[in-house]
Design a protein around this ligand. Structure first.
Ligand code: ZN
Length: 204
């Protein structure tokens, strides 16, 4: 329901995976449709009016710095697609993992357990792992105060689930979520909460 606004005015066609030189492997027809719909939603993200104070937006927005374009001009679908060459179905405890710089493994969690909004920021996160040295995560520090709301069985302290860089996967995920929050493109409260929780993963 979170993406209702996108789903109703959005573009709903299929992604031409071959044209983007992306190999899909092991998915059922139903899962493939979820993938097409999820990637397709990147095309429908367009900012309207700011729904927060402009001074706050200017202070916290990092989208243009990281993605090289403001959200209004960014081709997010292309940005994500260019970073994957193969997407495979795999049963792992994670929703998705980018193992070999561009080879994305997507598991049952991605299709069955998470919201459309979570699928979107997850793809931004995984796509960033294709850049540079992959921006590998560091262990969350001792005494880390935050929990994994999405995976409550995990203890983040000591887990490879933090970044020490503000240009890594969590930074891109956060920058994307901040724009959704600022422009109220999806459920603003949900985007704001996940933004906060994403920023918490970037440790000094
Ligand atoms: Zn990651």
């Amino acid at each position: 329901m979170i993406l209702l606004a996108l789903a109703t005015n959005g573009w709903t066609g299929d992604i031409n995976w071959a044209q983007h030189r992306i190999e899909l492997s092991g998915f059922s027809e139903e899962q493939r449709q979820v993938l097409d719909k999820t990637f397709g939603e990147f095309r429908t993200i367009r900012p309207g009016d700011l729904k927060i104070e402009r001074t706050l937006y200017l202070r916290l927005s990092r989208f243009e710095t990281l993605f090289g374009q403001p959200l209004s001009r960014a081709d997010l679908l292309d940005w994500v697609l260019r970073r994957f060459r193969k997407i495979s179905y795999g049963n792992s405890r994670l929703a998705a993992i980018n193992q070999n710089r561009g080879e994305l493994w997507v598991g049952d969690l991605f299709f069955d357990e998470i919201t459309p909004l979570e699928r979107l920021y997850l793809l931004i996160h995984e796509a960033r792992h294709s850049d540079g040295d992959g921006y590998p995560h560091v262990r969350c520090p001792k005494g880390f105060q935050f929990v994994s709301a999405g995976q409550p069985e995990i203890t983040l302290e000591g887990e490879l689930a933090c970044d020490r860089t503000d240009r890594g996967a969590y930074a891109y995920q956060a920058a994307f979520l901040f724009e959704l929050f600022a422009y109220g493109i999806v459920d603003q409260k949900a985007a704001g909460l996940i933004y906060n929780s994403s920023v918490a993963r970037i440790v000094p």
